[in-house]
Design a protein around this ligand. Sequence first.
Ligand code: S3P
Length: 193
Amino acid sequence: MLMRYSGVTGIGKSIVLVGMMGAGKSSVGRCLHRRTALALHDTDQIVAANFGMSIPEIFAEHGEKKFREAETEALRRVRTEEQTIIITGGGIVLRNENVEILKRLGVIVWLDGDEETLFARASRKKNRPLLQTKNPRKSFSEILGARRSLYANIADIRVDTSILTDEEVALAIPAKLRRMNPKPESPIPAKAS
Ligand code: S3P
């Protein structure tokens, strides 16, 4: 069941998932984890565990700045020598230090999609503090507008998730990575058994 990604990403290189809220980073990350058995790090989960509270509670009680500091601290602690899957929060690209760390950690996969689809997914659950505004649709549009170029600048590959299932995205990622860095001696099975 175990498959190695070393031939695709380079030895020791992790798969880093970035993208806007609603892009599917967490669910795709979990699919990749099941397929590869690589360890999984999720910066939101690490931050929430460190505070002992949910992300909305952290924003409400400590503010966004403290959340961002904790997010950077969580990234700093991810071990670079281990090959893993790293799920990030949508705002991870806002700090230069984060971007530098992510680049060192591995290949950066931008999960993107059309704005309506991303918003529909992101607003399904009420757990995104940045969308708890009078006009969440407008807030989403502004945030996405400010971030698209940041995701584009950092990404090694981009996957449009708009019409794909999480499993399909999890398959598209290694396929794209393989095209980027073909190593016939390290084939990746299409499906783990
Ligand atoms: C944020 C995205 C969230 C979470 C926090 C801030 C953002 O993660 O980190 O609410 O700034 O886009 P998801 O991208 O998993 O929703």
